[in-house]
Design a protein. Sequence first.
Length: 357
Amino acid sequence: MLTPHGFDEPVVLELADYQLPPIPELPDGEIVRRNVWLRPGLNGLYDANGEPIVESFLRRGFDLGHFPHGRPEPVDAATLEAAAGHGLEKIVYVPHAGMTHFGHLLTEFTGNLGAILDHPAGLDGVGGAGSVLVVPVRAASSCPALAKLLRLPAKRVCSTASLVQPVRVQQALIPRPSMMNRHGLARRHFGRVRRLLSMLYGVDAELAALAESDRGEKLYLSRSRLSPEARHIQAEEHLERALAESGWRVVYPEQLSLGEQLLRLAAARTVAGGLGSALHLLMAFGESFGQRRLIALGPSPTHSNPNVALQAARQGLPFRHVVCLERDPSSVNGMRLLTSPARIAARLDALATDLHW
């Protein structure tokens, strides 16, 4: 078996709990604010005095102190008033609505749009008849797909990119999210993931038949055939070969239909893969799905996104994080192995056959 060169001492460490703090069970419901401002091309809402309404901005981190699209700053209310255009009566505003990234579709998109997906009357049921769904500038390209998903006329879905002047809104409603990146995950989120997948991919039959599908397989989700701009693991193909020799099934999720991916996951007793979007699909199975075991490959916890660990803890899935990757300095977002593929494969196989975790 071919293996890459340049490895010294093996550096493989498993962490059982990722040292997670208590996971908040996020509250349900909505935040209603009156007399607020929308600003052209920006993210979030502002009150009548020009102060940012923090719940309308995308936040991440255990303390929610990270604003990935820029920390909101106050603005002069008189300036807004002087430049204002025609107002809106009722809107529903969500901090994340992009539909171009599968992992974020299952996490922040579902977390923010879930209340609309769940309600029998959709947007009208959440925001009132005739309300408009407003999304941040970064979700502008997703507006047509969002209108189609929610069965709304195009004029009822818009982004702040379409505004040319500040707009005063009489009433704005912000649904409380069911998942906040690196912070909290509500149990209702799993049902919303299933709802979204059924709406997008028609997988109701597959999901209904999965409870009895566990065939004890060892499944590895590879990133090696993703598009060049995606996050890759150097020499992952060598790890795949070593795992295949030990009886693992290696799959490339992007080459499978959504239904096929669900069936492969359901057949597995142990699922392993690099930290990433493919592992989030396990959320479709809800809590304690037959106690399937989940192994994530990643860098040290101080350099890792804890979302998969948070997800596993809330789902009741036995979980191990294997530290065997580090950032590749020659790549923008690539990773490289810390030790040989054979050693990592042996560790994964030992975990898959260990009945005591």
